[in-house]
Design a protein around this ligand. Structure first.
Ligand code: AMP
Length: 199
């Protein structure tokens, strides 16, 4: 299956994407992890570090190239789970083109929805546990702003294509996993509701 996770920072999409990738045995592709793993001595690595530290989004062309290279690899032939991409309508459109060119199509887009106050508390907890540089309050506010401005419109984009399913990410990890599995079942049983991706 080809699955996308969308959600604000701290919604728990990384945790759920990892669990689902283990269950379905398809690669979990986190663009945030890909960027964090770039060599910090390269021009791209330096640029990524700077932009991420500010809580801003990297340019679409860089992200599309990174993701295209990754999903073209053999281990993605049966499917993949994208976590953190697309984060803009441009990225979503470019992904559609890549999928169409390789005669593939997305199966479902899972939106993990959580209120801002819950997100703020979670990010503060994660900052203490994991020490991510962009989990400080200022970068978090910027990430939330980038989510509202650039990523939220992606939900409407996929809704219009009949691919969007939303789950309440404020529940426990187990409850969210159950809701995701239910959404997958429902989407699988209603393929006729899905519009053609090219439409
Ligand atoms: P994440 O680990 O998904 O929260 O991503 C961490 C940071 O990586 C984001 O705040 C952005 O700076 C950057 N990033 C990850 N994915 C993308 C993307 N698809 N487009 C632009 N920037 C991204």
């Amino acid at each position: 299956m080809k699955i996308i996770f969308v959600g604000p920072p701290g919604a728990g999409k990384g945790t759920q994407a990892k669990l689902l990738s283990e269950k379905l045995r398809v690669p979990h592709i986190s663009t945030g992890d890909m960027l964090r793993n770039l060599d910090g001595n390269t021009a791209l690595g330096k640029k990524a570090k700077e932009i991420m530290g500010r809580g801003e989004l990297l340019p679409d062309d860089i992200m599309v190239k990174l993701v295209n290279e990754r999903i073209s690899q053999a281990d993605c032939s049966t499917g993949f789970i994208l976590d953190g991409f697309p984060r803009s309508v441009t990225q979503a459109e470019e992904l559609d083109k890549i999928m169409a060119a390789t005669k593939r199509s997305l199966d479902i887009v899972l939106a993990v929805m959580v209120d801002d106050k819950v997100l703020e508390d979670r990010i503060a907890g994660r900052a203490a546990q994991e020490g991510r540089k962009d989990d400080n309050p200022e970068a978090f506010r910027q990430r939330l702003k980038a989510y509202r401005a650039s990523t939220e419109p992606v939900l409407a984009y996929y809704k219009q294509k009949g691919l969007l399913r939303s789950v309440d990410g404020s529940k426990s990890v187990v409850e969210v996993t159950v809701a995701i599995n239910r959404s997958l079942d429902e989407q699988n049983q209603a393929p006729d509701k899905r519009l053609k991706q090219s439409s």
